[in-house]
Write a protein that binds this ligand. Structure first.
Ligand code: ISJ
Length: 90
């Protein structure tokens, strides 16, 4: 019954994993630079701009809030990841 939709979700998930991996590669670079220059992990203004930007890309207004939540969650994970990475290198 759900096979067709689940297959589509699986294909999209694969593409998302690849893009999220790429995003985290860049997050790692950001973490290194922040550590070298003693810059705090959290940049609240940047996060607000990221949310605004991604929400402006959404075509279906019904998903605008969802997209904000998805990206806020990803940035929360991103900050935890950066902090863990910095602690390991201390
Ligand atoms: C990656 C950064 O660090 C944090 C995580 C962000 C993100 O994952 O997009 C954005 C802002 C920061 O709170 C950054 O400063 O650009």
């Amino acid at each position: 019954m759900l096979e067709k939709q689940r297959e589509k979700i699986d294909t999209l998930d694969k593409q998302l994993v690849s893009l999220i991996e790429e995003r985290f590669d860049v997050v790692q670079e950001v973490a290194d630079i922040k550590q070298q220059h003693n810059i705090p992990v959290l940049d609240d203004e940047r996060e607000k701009r990221v949310i605004q930007k991604v929400q402006s890309y959404v075509k279906n207004p019904e998903y605008r809030s969802v997209m904000g939540q998805v990206f806020q969650s990803m940035m929360d994970v991103s900050k935890d990841f950066q902090k863990e990475k910095m602690e390991k290198q201390d």
